[in-house]
Ligand binder design. Sequence first.
Ligand SMILES: [Zn+2]
Length: 465
Amino acid sequence: MEKYDLVIHGGVVVNSDKTVAMNIAISNGIIRELLHPEVLLPPSDRSIDAAGRMIFPGGVDPHCHVGQRLGTYAGLDDYQSASTAALFGGTTTIVDFAIPQPDENPVAVLRDRQALAANARSSVAFHGCIVEPESPVSKLVAQMVELGVRTVKLFTTYRGEVMASKQTILDVMRSLKQYGGMPYVHAEANHFVEDSQHKMRELSKLDAASMPQTRPAIAELAAVSETIDLARYADSPVYFVHQTTGEAVDLVSAARDHGVAAHSEVCPHYLSLTDEKYSDVHPERFVCCPPLRDSATVEELNARAVIGKIDTIGSDHCCFSTGQKAESAHDVTQMPNGLPGVETRLPVAFTTLVVDHGMSINDFVGAFSTAPARLNGLENKGHIGVGFDADLVILDDSSTRTATSEALHMATDYTPYEGRNFHGWPEVVICHGKVVIEGDEFIDPGPVGSTLQAQAIHVTSRSHS
Ligand SMILES: [Zn+2]
């Protein structure tokens, strides 16, 4: 009988398609066998008793900004700290963005960030980003594909910084299509955003408390609608990051009914926090783009997620401190946007969707791991099966823990969820076949060495059904 590195026994394996009691045998970082619980356990160097526990495929966070630069601000984490926090939160793969500053070459930025990411402790993949390129789009996309990247972020807002023209969006869609790639679109129509900001500036209300009025939901709807038309015209798949309203998700679903391979990502904060935070003592700590929505909208978004209308859960992690957030809190157009969340994606989304709203655990795993892997062309990730990478999360879904920034590992001094109680915290996390988290302990596996290479993306049907 073959001797394995690690055997996990007694647990219940939860995949996006089914839940089944199985023992898992691992060697050299790969799942080698799934064994019926009654089959005699094979010999192994180490075994873990997972009785009474659920085992999820390691999380794949499709939306992560490591050390994000925004204007004069820089996010406080690096690949080592962000990926360590990710592992504590049951995420074994992060997909980061290589976003160029004005005048930077997007391919050079991507290459630089890939080199830095070799120091990560989890797996890392990348999205490129194209703004207003000097070289032809087709050439840039070909160079990104050479570097193992087939997803490109496009912004419909932030004019003069990262906003891409409609022609550029079309060009990127057509170029990516040749390689089985897909654009990742931040959809907020810039004219609505700028007009709203202008109106609020006239009223001297550009402070953090006025955040919702500076970026209304109609801006998101307008850009989703227009981008779907571009995708249909270019016969391209499209992925919408951080959708915040039921109506926006409905536009994507309707597009799918018309044959457009459109995809919806939601983020834990848009499912579990409301715009009441902007009336609180520290509204600036909740400034993100799009802003948090009102409670009725949040409920509509949860309702869509629970009936299988969303594809993925992304953190949109940005690691700024309370000091950085406070500095320009009087003017949201100058503030560093975004919330820290790579570590809390699993407990916050699991509690909100599964515990509070009744989503099936299989659909949850689909949105947390399986679909983000598939929609990034990461073929060996996001599923517990023979031949897949041995990335696993063992958890006790009945136990709860309170979120405190003190106990978290992200390189900032706050969490938007301070004091809230959540289910779904990992007990043991395995990455590349190595136990990296056991309770509160981090067993450093050392630098990952290289980044993942994305394969052509299969976009034919809804990812987790
Ligand atoms: Zn983002």
